[in-house]
Design a protein around this ligand. Sequence first.
Ligand SMILES: [Fe+2]
Length: 445
Amino acid sequence: MTTTERPATGSEQLRSVIATELDRTRARTASLTDAVDDDDLVRQHSTLMSPLVWDLAHVGNQEELWLVRDVGGREPVRRDIDDLYDAFKQPRRDRPSLPLLPPAEARAYVRTVREKVYDLLDGIRFDDRKLVEDGFAFGMIVQHEQQHDETMLATHQLRAGAPVLDAPPPPEPRARVGGEVLVPAGPFTMGTSTDPWALDNERPAHTVDLPAYVIDAAPVTNGQYRAFVADGGYDESRWWSEAGWRHRVEAELSAPMHWRRDGDGWAYRRFGRWSPLRDDEPVVHVCWYEAEAYAAWAGKRLPSEAEWEKAARWDPATGRSRRYPWGDEDPTVEHANLNQRHLWPAPVGAYPAGASPLGVHQLIGDVWEWTSTTFRGHPGFVAFPYREYSEVFFGDEYRVLRGGSFGTDRSACRGTFRNWDYPIRRQIFSGFRCARDARPDEAHA
Ligand SMILES: [Fe+2]
């Protein structure tokens, strides 16, 4: 078994899974930070983002706090820099003016921390404390670094200057996919109590009973979204909520981020290169308000988070919820566009092997999907191992996104994984699909 999310119980095997995951993750961090020169690493490419060198040392600092000091009980490596790399104490816009570790020092720091982690991993017992059960603390740190790797990829997307990232294009469509899928009424299991590396906000498993609904078989595409733009979608307040319209006007939104007119059509900027907009790719870089307006224009609505998860995990044959739409096994290249293997969303129909039993495609990977739901704990939620991971974000301010994007690593992406952001954000790799209530004739068909 090579699954990372359900590590083997044998200590030796678990140690080796952890070491592999730490290495794999650090290689990605290195490729994202080695791709640019030192000037570029310390520069702030957008006030929404940190300088890349902040992310780098922050990743090392979290690893030091949790693994070296807490799990390992070792002496601090650099207690003096804790405040600098505390995301709660330092707002992103202020980070470039902090006395940050310069690139060479930041690299040396994360290396030192990692050496200590390998050292303590050697002698660790995984049954000592809840924090290390099944290697959880290590899994949490792997996921944390991978989440920052996605954030750093988003910084690269905002960066001006010559392109520095390269990747092969995603696969071409292998199936005809479109239209809507009916999800019959009834209960399903949402969340998980058993996935060892699932984070606190994915827990516990609980039953949610939903009325019948209809959900798009694929994310909304550039072609569909372009029709909304061409139809004057951004000029008519009737498609927008009050808050959405206010934001549309203030921020002068007229199309998704990174789009520009190109003759009669549109071009889309990806990591420093302009390409003609491809109609069959999922739309990306839209905020929640834009998604909400499009859905209203299309005569639909955004799915709730529970609707998204039932479409992704519920298996009508067994009644149980799977880890992923295709089953319980970890994603492969056949299932989903993940792991920064490609640098943009794959066209609709590119991953037939990744579809759910009901025939809903590309729920995992490609683009994070906005849902209509505000971020809250599942019933029975318990903060673990610290309130700042998710609990402090609960409330009406944030909307939940699901499914991961092309920039998300498989370790930080499963059928239960939850992401959240402000409804105005669109520098993230965010798209959406639509849903609607089932009509009585459909619900009882
Ligand atoms: Fe962080």
